[in-house]
Design a protein around this ligand. Sequence first.
Ligand SMILES: NC(=O)c1ccc[n+]([C@@H]2O[C@H](COP(=O)([O-])OP(=O)(O)OC[C@H]3O[C@@H](n4cnc5c(N)ncnc54)[C@H](OP(=O)(O)O)[C@@H]3O)[C@@H](O)[C@H]2O)c1
Length: 370
Amino acid sequence: MRKIIINGANGFVASNFINELLAQNYKVVALVRNSSKYSATKRMNNALDNITNGRYSGSSNLQVYSYSLLDNNFSMTESQLSNIFSGDVDYYHFAASLKYDLKSKDEIFETNIGGIKNSLKIFTENSTQNSRFFFISTAYSCGNIRGVFKEKFYNPAEISEFRNYYEQSKRFAENIVKNEMTKNNIYAHILRLSQVVGDSKSGVTKTDYGIFDFAKRIHGLAYKYPNQTVRVQVDPDSTQNLIPVNTVVRYLLRTVEVQKLPVIMNFVAKNSIKNIHIINSLCELLPINISPVESIDKKEMNAMERIISVGMSFTGGYIKTNIRFDTQNLDKIVLSGGHDVDEHTIFKMLEFFINGLTDKRNSKMLQPAC
Ligand SMILES: NC(=O)c1ccc[n+]([C@@H]2O[C@H](COP(=O)([O-])OP(=O)(O)OC[C@H]3O[C@@H](n4cnc5c(N)ncnc54)[C@H](OP(=O)(O)O)[C@@H]3O)[C@@H](O)[C@H]2O)c1
C-alpha cells in the first residue's frame, strides 16, 4: 500500500477522503496549517470529528504535520520532508482558496497558483520516480465553454472566458501541472470536481458552499421576514451539477487503487438538478415563497430582493448553466454507477443543512444576554 500525502487536509472534501482512507487502513500524511487558535493536529482531529458526527477516535495510521503552503519547503525541515516522501507516494493537492469575489483576486491567485507551483517543486525535489501527483481542480475550470467540456487540457485564457477568478486560477494551475509533467517527467493527474454536496445516503451535509450558501442566505431572511414572496433572478430550467461527497470519495479511492490512470478525469454527476427543484425544496423547508424570474430590473426590486441579489453576486454566475461534461476517462476507472443526487436526495440534504442552521439560531436565542 502506498503512503498517501494530502495537503489542505482539514478541508471538507479532503477530510472525507482521509476518513475513508483510514477506514481502509492506508497510511496518511496530512498537511494542515496552524491557525491562531489551534494546532494543525487539533484542526485535523476537529475536521474528522465534524464529518463523523463525533465518532472519530484517532488512528495510528494518520500523521499530521503543520506546513505553510507558500513557503520554501513548506517551512518544514529536511528530515521531516524525507520522512514524508520516503517510498512511493500518492500526493493529493487539495489546498485552495474557494473565494470568487473580485477583491480576493490576489489571495485566489497566490493560493491557487503559488500553492500548486510550490507543491510541485517540493514533490519533484523529494519524491521517488514512481510517485504520483494529483491536482484537485474544478469542473468549472471549463469557464464559459459552449459544447462539451472534455477530459483534456485547455489553454489558459483571459478572465472574460470565465465566471470568476477562481475558475481562471484553476485553469492556470492545470497548465502549470501540464508543464511540470513535460519538464520533469512526473506522473501527474488532474481531478476536476463539480459542486460537492452532502452524503447521498444519509443526507448529512457538512458544507456551506454553492447552493448551501444560497440556502443559508435565504434561511436568514426567511426567519427575519417570514412568509414573504420574493423574486429571485434564477433560470428555473437551468441546472446544477451536484456530486455527493460519498461519490467523490469513492472516485478518489479508485485513483489510489488503480495504477494506470487517465491524466484528466471529470468527477461530475451524470445527471444535473434543475434550479426549480432546489427552489421548491427551500420553499417547502422555510417560511418563504421564492419566485424564480429570468431577469428583474434592480430598480423594481424590494428591499429583500435587493439583499438576496447582492448575496448572489458570486453564485449568480451559476444560475444559467447547463454545462455538459465528458466522463469517458472517469468511466474507465469507476466500477459501477455512481450515487448521483436526485430531487429526493437534494431535499434531504437541504433539510439536514437547514435544520442545523435553525438549531444554531434557536440555541443562540436561548443564550442569556450578558
Ligand atoms: N467543494 C466543492 O464543491 C468543490 C468543487 C470543485 C472543486 N473543489 C476543489 O476541491 C478542493 C477542496 O475543496 P473543499 O470544498 O474541501 O474546500 P475547503 O473545505 O475550503 O478546504 C480548503 C483547504 O485549503 C486550505 N487552504 C486554503 N488556503 C490556504 C493557504 N493559503 N495555505 C494553506 N492551506 C490553505 C484550507 O486550509 P484552512 O482551513 O487553514 O483555511 C483547507 O484545508 C479545492 O481544491 C477546491 O478547489 C471543491
